[in-house]
Design a binder for this molecule. Sequence first.
Ligand code: PRP
Length: 173
Amino acid sequence: MRTVDHEVLFSPEKIGEMVRELADAVDSRSVDSFLVLTVLKGAAIFSSDLVRAMATPTELAYISASSYVDGFVPGEDLTVRLGENLEVRDRDVLIVEDIVDTGRTIREIRRAVEELQPRSTTVVSLVNKIDRRDTNFQPDFTGFEITHEFIYGYGLDWDERFRDLPYIALARV
Ligand code: PRP
């Protein structure tokens, strides 16, 4: 594999500060507890830091969304996979994303979750990529704002690589 010289965009320290800010924001919802739905795979690392920075008690669950199932083509409606036996009704749900880009994934996930009649739904995303938004979806809380850049690290992949970097890097493509 070619060695990549990473250009750090958001350092571990900056990410740590942002995680604490977002944890405070989420805590300000003042609910008794959150059912945290983490969107795999990218948000797994952010989510595990976020829940440990939050004061609100949590129950953790993991969900996925894909546009590549059952012959669906990318860009069309997504299939959202919620865990079996996931009790969402009357729960305060926190959906955790690493990045919102076009907004289609999170829009479909929120729609699928709301069909299960939660008491409330809050969406938090570490990164808000605003240039390619083609839905009017806005997360309740967002951290870093970027425009057109391609980023990776801290859960975000570049062809499935580099999710394990402790910082977010900027791809020079
Ligand atoms: C990324 C990211 C969001 C989605 C955002 O997931 O984690 O779920 O894309 O894009 P959108 O706003 O244009 O829908 P990806 O499909 O790359 O999967 P991954 O989390 O497993 O890397």
